[in-house]
Design a protein around this ligand. Sequence first.
Ligand SMILES: NC(=O)c1ccc[n+]([C@@H]2O[C@H](COP(=O)([O-])OP(=O)(O)OC[C@H]3O[C@@H](n4cnc5c(N)ncnc54)[C@H](O)[C@@H]3O)[C@@H](O)[C@H]2O)c1
Length: 334
Amino acid sequence: MNVLVTGGAGYIGSIICDQLLAEGHRVVVIDNLSKGYRDALAAEAVLVEADLLDTAAVSETLKRHQVEAVIHMAASSLVGESMSQPAKYYRNNLWATLGLLEAMAYSSISSMVFSSTAAVYGNPEKQPIEEHDPTVPTNPYGETKLAVERALHWYSVAHRLQYVALRYFNAAGATDTRGERHSPETHLIPLVLDAAENGSKVAVFGDDYPTHDGSCVRDYIHVSDLARAHVMALTSLTEKRTSATFNLGCGQGYSVREVIDAAQRVTGRSIKVEIQPRRAGDPAVLVASSTKIRESLGWIPKFELLDEIVASAWIWKQKFKPSAARYSESQHVR
Ligand SMILES: NC(=O)c1ccc[n+]([C@@H]2O[C@H](COP(=O)([O-])OP(=O)(O)OC[C@H]3O[C@@H](n4cnc5c(N)ncnc54)[C@H](O)[C@@H]3O)[C@@H](O)[C@H]2O)c1
């Protein structure tokens, strides 16, 4: 298929592009490179450097590349920033998506896999979280992702769109060639590995949560397992033509302290910790029930051990050297 990946130059998107290409799909990426990197993208993928809010560029891309399905990853995704700049999140996450959906409807493209988030649940009442549990986001980031999920439903009614919304828990780890380099980095594993590398302190926000060691517990999913779920969702959409919403986590929780311990084992270095006050809106535990996606798509994570996930990120970090030379401009034709 000809697949458009929005945000394909980002951390997760670039690895999804690799897997789509390996499966024989043709990949076109729209990315404004606000957070993504040219050299994160496989040479076989076509990069259209454009903003998703530029509806003319989006429509033109859909037509020119005869796009048949869309994996929609492009978004702003910093929870703290969303609290101080809600308009940015409504514009970039919701408004931009509505423009994309309109362009898809106009071009009769009816399949979308959407990057949603565990943040749609807010402070869940029970663990592990199931897809039918209440969705009560506690920040504009989660709110705008949930608004897109609702819009997808109404587009499916109005325009026969079929979609899979994947509510990711904590994406982590790296492949041999691609890994996480957000700026600013807010994710725990890269921050802990930075601390292992340069001897800085890693902040632990709260040590008095009702968890086994007092620190927050999260569900970490390896980025290649996460990417594989997108390819499976796309295949299922084209074969079964049924919309669905799935959690995407491993169903196993690890505390912040357990992540730090794992990083110490993997790197062989000791990591300094600084206990700081709790952050507003951080739930004590967020763990996915992944039963639905396992049963519906047959998805099973290959990386379930925290040490393996952390080790993959560490190996990538050791060998990653930012280099424009790895990117060949001529291979990315708009
Ligand atoms: N990383 C996680 O743990 C996690 C968890 C839950 C959900 N998600 C969602 O997964 C998606 C990808 O996450 P990521 O960690 O790879 O983020 P990322 O920031 O690395 O990638 C996002 C990409 O989208 C691009 N982009 C943003 N706004 C754009 C716009 N208006 N037009 C064109 N391109 C634009 C950025 O340049 C970037 O390359 C996001 O939608 C995010 O909300 C991520």
